[in-house]
Design a protein. Structure first.
Lengths: 319, 319
DNA sequence: GTGCATGGTGTAACAAAGACACCGGACAAC
DNA sequence: GTTGTCCGGTGTCTTTGTTACACCATGCAC
C-alpha cells in the first residue's frame, strides 16, 4: 500500500546509532571534536565517544587522531559525504513540514511581572531570534492546561520558601534564573525618607508587597530583623510593586531579574545598609516549562536557547 | 575544511528522535503498526508510541487511526516520501562502506563440541543467511581476547552447577539454549548391555565423561541415585563423548542440543528408565558473546538472528 | 618554562527506548 | 447473537543509551 517508490524496509540494524552519526557528521563538517560539540550543544567528551562508537560499530577507522587534530581517513571522507546528504534530507524535510501548518505560532504563558518587566522589552530580540515565528505572549496567574495545548511554554516563579510550584506530569522544566531579591526605592523617595542603617530600620518605611508580607518577613529575618511589625501598600503583581517603587510610594522587595532595567536607568536604587551591605539572597527561581514530548520541537528549543543566551548575556549579575 | 559541498550544520533540534522516524517510516511502508513492529523486531506498542511522539514533536497529525486501520494523512504522505529517502541513503551508505574493507569476515569462536556437532552441519545455512560474508569458525577451549579483536563472536557453554563462566566487561551476551542433558548410547550397545530400570543401574555401565564425573554425579543425584561409584572412559570434548557413544563404548551424558542430529538419524538412543522416565534436566546453557559496542553491527546482528531462528526452528524440543 | 588549545577516561545521573500484561473496538465465521 | 482474531492503544516497570562533570595527557605558541 502506497509503497510504489520504495523497496523493502532497510534492515533495522543497517544504520548505526543516529546520535553517533550526527556527532561524526558535525565533527567532519567543522573539523574538530570540540567545535562539533559546541555546535551540537553537547559536551566534547560525548562527541568523542560517539565517534569512537561509530568506529567500533563499523569496525573501521574513520578518523585520524594522531596529530592531536582530527582528520578524516579515506573511508571517513567517503562515508561522511554520503551520510551528510542523508542527514540534510531529514532536516530539510522536517523543516519544510513544520514551516507550513501554523507551526509558526509560539504561545508563551508567563507571570504578568515577567511579561511586562522582562519579556516585552526584549520582544524585538525574540522575533529576530525566531524568524517567521509569531510569538503570542499571555501573562496569566494560572498555568496553562498543557494537555489541551493551551500554551507551548509557561514561565513561572517558584518560591524556595512556601509551596514550591508543582510541575504537572509529562511536563519538563528547566530553571533559568534564581535572581537575588533586593530592596529598592526611587532616588527621590530616598532623599526625603529616614536613612536605613540596618534591617530593622525598614519598619520606618512603607513596604510595598504582593499578596502578603511573607517575602519581606523572610528577607528581614535572614538579615537579622525577626518579627517586625511592618506596613505598606499591597499590589498584586511584581511589576506593580516595581512601578509603585519607581513612583516613590515606598520600598519594594523586587527580584533583581525584573528590576534590572529600572536599576540600570536610575529609576530605582538598590538599598544597601550603611552599617553593612545587606547580603543578597534568592527566595526562588524562574522555571520554563513545556510538554516533555515537545521539549525538543524546533520552536520551543529555539526559544529556550534564546532565553538562555539572553539571561546569561544580559544579567549575569544575578547573584 | 573539506566542507565545500555542504552548508552549515543543520540545527541539532531540527530532526526528531530518529527511532520515531524509523517507526513512522516502517509503519508507512508496510501499512500497519504491527507489521512495522515485526519488521523492526520491536513490540508493536513501541512503534505506536513512537508515531505518537513524532506527531507530538511536529505538532501535526501524520496518521489517521479512525477506522482501526492506519492510514497516512496528506502531511504524513508528503513527509514520509522525503524521510524515507533520507533513511535509505543512510542505510545504503553504511552498507556500501562495510561491504568493502574486509568487514566481510566473521570470526566465530566456540567450543569444539558446538563446532563439530551443531555448527558445521549447518554451515551451508549460515552462508546462505549471510551472503557475501566469509565465516571463520574457530573451535577453542579458551575465550578469545575481545579487546584484541581476536574474534567477533564467542559461543560457550555455561554450567549451572560449578563455576558459571565469566563474561568479560564490555562484552554482551545472550542465552540461546538451555538444553536438556540426557543419557545416550548406541542401539547396538544397548542390545548386549544389562537393562536400565532406574538411575542406580548406571553403575553397571561404562559412563563416558569429559574432565570429570561431575556432570554424571549431578545428573544421577537429581534422579535419586546419590554417591555411586562410577567408571568409564574420559574424553575431553563433548563431541568426542558423543562419538564414543555412537561407537558403542558406553553411555554418554550428552546435551540434547549437540546430540539431536545423532538421535534423529538413529545413531544414538536416549535411555529412558523402564520403571519411570528420567526427568529431563538442564545443567547449563549456551551463551553467545560479542563486544557490547559491536552488538548491533550488521554481521554480528545477522548471525545472531540466524542463530536464534535456527535454534527455535529446528530444536524446540530442547527441554 | 607558562598558558591554552586539542582529544580522551572514569564515573555517575538521568531520560529514552523497550518489553509485558492487559484493554476495547472492528470484523468475519459460526 | 457468540466466538475468535485481527487491529491499535495504555499503564507500568526494566534496561540501555546518552549525557555531563571532574580530571588527565599531549601538542603548540609565546
Amino acid at each position: 500500500m502506497d509503497s510504489e517508490p520504495f523497496g523493502l524496509l532497510p534492515d533495522r540494524k543497517a544504520i548505526p546509532p543516529f546520535a553517533a552519526l550526527r556527532a561524526f557528521d558535525a565533527a567532519a563538517r567543522l573539523g574538530g571534536v570540540r567545535k562539533a560539540a559546541r555546535a551540537l550543544q553537547l559536551d566534547h567528551t560525548v562527541v568523542s565517544r560517539h565517534i569512537r562508537s561509530l568506529e567500533s560499530w563499523t569496525n573501521l577507522v574513520l578518523v585520524d587522531r594522531s596529530h592531536s587534530r582530527l582528520t578524516l581517513t579515506r573511508e571517513g571522507h567517503e562515508y561522511h559525504r554520503r551520510i551528510a546528504q542523508g542527514i540534510d534530507i531529514l532536516a530539510e524535510a522536517t523543516l519544510d513540514l513544520m514551516k507550513q501548518h501554523d507551526n509558526r505560532e509560539l504561545t508563551i504563558w508567563c507571570t504578568p511581572g515577567f511579561a511586562s518587566k522582562w519579556l516585552l522589552p526584549r520582544l524585538g530580540d525574540v522575533e529576530n531570534a525566531l524568524p517567521g515565528l509569531a510569538v503570542d505572549v499571555r501573562p496569566a496567574d494560572q498555568q496553562p492546561d498543557f494537555n489541551r495545548h493551551e500554551g507551548d511554554i509557561d514561565i513561572r516563579y517558584s518560591p524556595t520558601y512556601g509551596e514550591p510550584l508543582t510541575v504537572p506530569a509529562n511536563v519538563r522544566h528547566f530553571e533559568f534564573s534564581s535572581p537575588a531579591v533586593i530592596p529598592v526605592a526611587s532616588p527621590a523617595y530616598l532623599e526625603q525618607a529616614p536613612p536605613i542603617h540596618r534591617a530593622s530600620d525598614f519598619v520606618d518605611h512603607p513596604l510595598i508587597h504582593e499578596e502578603s508580607f511573607e517575602n519581606w518577613q523572610t528577607w528581614l529575618a535572614s538579615h537579622g530583623a525577626e518579627e517586625l511589625e511592618v506596613s505598606g501598600p499591597k499590589l498584586w503583581h511584581a511589576h506593580l510593586t516595581i512601578d509603585a517603587a519607581i513612583q516613590g510610594r515606598g520600598i519594594a522587595l523586587a527580584n533583581h531579574f525584573l528590576a534590572a532595567d529600572a536599576l540600570a536607568q536610575g529609576d530605582l536604587v538598590e538599598i544597601k545598609g550603611s552599617d553593612e551591605d545587606f547580603e543578597r539572597i534568592s527566595l526562588g527561581s524562574y522555571l520554563l516549562m513545556a510538554r516533555s514530548d515537545r521539549w525538543t520541537a524546533l520552536p520551543i528549543a529555539r526559544f529556550r536557547d534564546w532565553l538562555n543566551a539572553a539571561v546569561t548575556a544580559s544579567l549575569n549579575r544575578n547573584i
